[in-house]
Design a protein around this ligand. Structure first.
Ligand SMILES: *[C@@H]1O[C@H](CO)[C@@H](O)[C@H](O)[C@H]1NC(C)=O
Ligand SMILES: *[C@@H]1O[C@H](CO)[C@@H](O)[C@H](O)[C@H]1NC(C)=O
Ligand SMILES: *[C@@H]1O[C@H](CO)[C@@H](O)[C@H](O)[C@H]1NC(C)=O
Length: 412
């Protein structure tokens, strides 16, 4: 653009013949209007280093609001397999064709292989649903919906959460005052005899689900690299059954949340935002333990290992997956944009990738201790004064801590 500008504004000594300046790619036969490039003239070369980048590059181009147009559609013949768009049920098969896209496929850890073979699948049937979960007695919509990632076998964690920080109902903030309607829901996938050496807990789970009516379960294998599916399927569920919820907390079932303090905080931020008259302010609010400038882990024997053949480059800023809070309005935008972000094996990074495409940056809050408190402070109730969330606590610790924190410590 600079060189075109220079070329256009530079007026050489006038030659005898009339000359037109025509930029490369410009339409030569439109004399009247200014030169107009037929194609975008910035670099459209395919990012060919890693599989995820290649897939995403194509989607980014197709759904780029600036590049939107017919000319910019780009088909790469070598990436014929496109993420599943039209499948209706959970009948999505692993596709061996993906293996040929990764030169080092055979040397990768099992979880990476599994991920790659089914990364085109993102629609799985819901096995346990709670369509009315979001609403209270007078069909009041939840103010805060706490969505907790759990696994079939973690009965104890779920019960501890129900009895402590995830209690559903009208919850007051620490300062008393009006209550907010809070609901908790657990996000589960399958962990049964068909998906591995698991004891058959289906009858227990059924009983639990009918007792508490707070379990959503989808028909895919519950593994670490499949956690992203819980995000995208939860957003889909949310857009159907709870589109007007004010806030969503999403976190693990081994964290402790000071729900009352969180409600006070959200109320406080809400007042500030309204005060500044940012009518759109809430649309992009997301808060947590923000990790910026992180790079993929390249140690093949670790849980977070991402090979270079799969993903290149740094991660966008993201909020640690132990616990993050965002608005319902943002969840709706995430639900939309996630259809154009290729699945990534690490769920919190994936959320960061979606935010990046929405142009939203997560807000950091020092009260989210996703890596726990310093060791010497863990036993001191006063240390929890500024905590909104802390990882990690066993069910037993949750109950103890909950009890301790009922009485606000006097001298903190
Ligand atoms: C894209 O192409 C189709 C078919 O050629 C045409 O109907 C449509 O109007 C075009 N859209 C834009 C945005 O140019
Ligand atoms: C995710 O779940 C699907 C469906 O159950 C399964 O085929 C796939 O292997 C799982 N992926 C990982 C990484 O475990
Ligand atoms: C807030 O902004 C809207 C639109 O910009 C305006 O109509 C309204 O009067 C403003 N409210 C206050 C309290 O400033």
């Amino acid at each position: 653009m600079v060189s075109i500008f220079v070329a256009v504004s530079y007026s050489p000594p006038l030659p005898q013949l009339p000359l037109h300046f025509i930029a490369t790619g410009a339409s030569a036969n439109s004399e009247a209007s200014a030169s107009h490039p037929l194609r975008p003239f910035w670099n459209l070369k395919l990012e060919d280093g890693a599989l995820w980048n290649r897939l995403q590059h194509i989607w980014d181009r197709e759904h780029n609001p600036i590049l939107n147009g017919n000319d910019t559609r780009y088909k790469d013949q070598s990436l014929e397999i496109q993420p599943q768009e039209t499948g209706k049920t959970g009948a999505c098969e692993q596709d061996e064709a993906w293996a040929s896209q990764l030169p080092d496929f055979n040397t990768l850890p099992e979880q990476m292989k599994d991920f790659v073979l089914s990364m085109h699948c993102r629609r799985y049937a819901i096995l346990m649903d709670q369509p009315n979960l979001c609403f209270g007695q007078d069909s009041e919509t939840a103010f805060l919906l706490m969505a907790v990632k759990s696994q079939v076998g973690n009965f104890e964690n779920r019960q501890a959460i129900r009895e402590t920080w995830g209690r559903s109902g009208q919850i007051q903030g620490d300062g008393g005052g009006r209550g907010w309607f809070v609901r908790t829901v657990f996000l589960l996938a399958r962990q049964d005899t068909e998906t591995g050496p698991h004891p058959d807990l289906s009858a227990l789970l059924k009983l639990e689900s009918s007792t508490h009516e707070d379990i959503l379960q989808w028909d895919f294998k519950d593994t670490f690299f499949n956690l992203t599916l819980k995000d995208v399927l939860f957003w889909d569920w949310l857009s159907k059954h709870c589109p007007h919820v004010h806030f969503i907390f999403k976190g693990d079932d081994d964290v402790f949340v000071r729900t009352k303090a969180l409600l006070d905080y959200l109320d406080h931020v809400g007042v500030q935002k309204t005060h500044k008259n940012k009518t759109k302010g809430w649309d992009d609010f997301i808060v947590g333990d923000v990790i910026a400038n992180a790079w993929p882990n390249r140690q093949p024997d670790t849980k977070y290992y991402i090979p270079e053949s799969f993903y290149k480059g740094a991660y966008p800023a993201y909020a640690g997956g132990g616990g993050v809070v965002y608005t319902g309005a943002l969840a709706m935008r995430l639900q939309e944009v996630s259809h154009w972000v290729s699945l990534f094996p690490i769920d919190d990074v994936y959320l960061g990738m979606c935010l990046h495409r929405l142009g939203v940056s997560p807000t950091h809050h020092s009260g989210f201790f996703t890596f726990d408190l310093p060791e010497d402070l863990r036993e001191k109730p006063c240390a929890y004064h500024n905590v909104l969330l802390v990882h990690k606590r066993t069910p037993k610790e949750m109950l103890t801590l909950w009890k301790e924190l009922q009485v606000p410590p006097q001298q903190c």
